[in-house]
Design a protein around this ligand. Sequence first.
Ligand code: ATP
Ligand code: MG
Length: 569
Amino acid sequence: MASGESTPNPEEESGLGRNFITQIIDEHNASGRFDGRVHTRFPPEPNGYLHIGHAKSINLNFGLAEQYGGKFNLRFDDTNPTKEKQEYIEAIIEDVRWLGADWEDRLFYASDYFGQLYEWAVRLIKQGDAYVDHLNADEIREYRGTLTEPGKDSPYRDRSVEENLDLFERMKAGEFDEGECVLRAAIDMASPNINMRDPVLYRILHEAHPRTGTEWHIYPMYDWAHGQSDSIEEVTHSLCTLEFEAHRPLYEWCLEKLGIYQPQQIEFARLALTYTILSKRKLIQLVEEGHVSGWDDPRMPTISGLRRRGYTPEAIRAFTDQIGVAKANSMIEIEQLEHFIRQDLNYSANRVMSVLNPLKVVIENYPEGQVEQLEAVNNPEDESAGTRMVPFSRELYIEQDDFMEDPPKKFYRLAPGREVRLRYGYFITCTDVIKDADGNIVELRCTYDPETRGGHAPDGRRVKATLHWVSVEKALQAEVRLYDRLFSQEDPSKVANGQTFIDVLNPDSLQVIERAYVEPSVQGAEAGTRYQFERLGYFCVDPDSTDEKMVFNRTVGLRDTWAKIQKQK
Ligand code: ATP
Ligand code: MG
């Protein structure tokens, strides 16, 4: 079993509690390094939709700002116009807001700083700390060396300041082709840290940018933009995932050379979930190749997918709080995420009855044409949710697997000659089984005991099962979409030779039930409304719903396998 990232401490149930990052912040507060300020940010690149891993980063950054009475910025690291789109910017803003992180009036873009970053690059050139290199991409790679061998200096490294200033100016003016030359920092081609071997700061791209249009022909590399953007915004604690640890010396080098304000970068382990892919590049591939219906397909680990699936921001926050932050990468079980949505919906979702695989029941001694209203409890966990009326009639649907003609020993539900309770209704007894020409059961004949209204027999006799049901006449026909894991393998990125993650997609991740039935109280519920379908799981109204036909997504089933795993520990 994969281990959780941190053991929850019962004393620290609220919010993020204490962790290695709060320890660092406390030390800074004690030493006065940032004058007691805590200012964090979430810096997405708008090259895809946000996923649950980003939610961890958002909740961490916003949560720390909240916990310390500090500030939180949202900043787009929009430095690569070949991959970035306005659509992504808008989707990210919507998702961060939905998660509940509040950037107030501090929505920024790295592209706002392009002018400043350019001036700073000129300053480096003047200091002899940067040069224009005419090696092509392959040559740069060749000259860079390897983990075990040092690199070697570019033949262009010793250009004069004047020549570099002139060439950089002309790069900016669009005089060169893409790839013809780059601006590089002059650091150390023999550094054991490859990031310090004269990293590229600017590249030529004749590409329109979603925000700056065609103004620029050169774009800063992420490594040049990121640290300076944090500095401009006076971020105190720049939190990022572990792969940036080796970039930290480079960020510090840039800030020192420029002599500007220095945030503290702190690295933490990125979230990895079983049966889930959290790489934007791969998520884009799933969308573009049509393996899913879009970024918000409810099987996607994206925030928009989880939202459409029925997840709440509260459940996602509780999940990210509970897994905490750590310095070592590990895999979190998907059941743990499911546990939190189940826990949330158990308290917040109203119960309704729905039948997914209908089997018709005719109650022969119930008057034809009669419909009576039975009172049903909306939420046993929340008395204030009240009650509703559910129509009962002579013809009902029950679930196919709630009946067996020849039941084995431990099957307590309906069978020939057996009496069961209908939820909120009466006791019924099966008297006959009707089959079609092929021998399939198509209908049950039953009788009911009028004395058992409300589910109790006056003579005290008991039944062993309570079934959910809907009225044939009054129920709504609806489409129900059942989701399973998108991948059939615990770690979809670990595939056999010659395979890709596409090969381990679960072919049964979506099951559509075209003709399910739901009690009429759900009629007209808005997209996103969440319910517990009694005995079946948690469901929510999908935006594909129309006036003619409602569509429901199963968020999660009822059985909490994570709680079981925890108990076993
Ligand atoms: P890529 O850079 O490959 O496009 P990314 O997931 O790193 O993908 P960013 O938009 O750069 O995308 O991420 C924004 C922030 O979210 C970064 O600070 C990054 O460290 C953090 N982040 C990304 N993935 C995860 C994850 N799985 N767990 C926690 N934080 C993450
Ligand atoms: Mg990134």
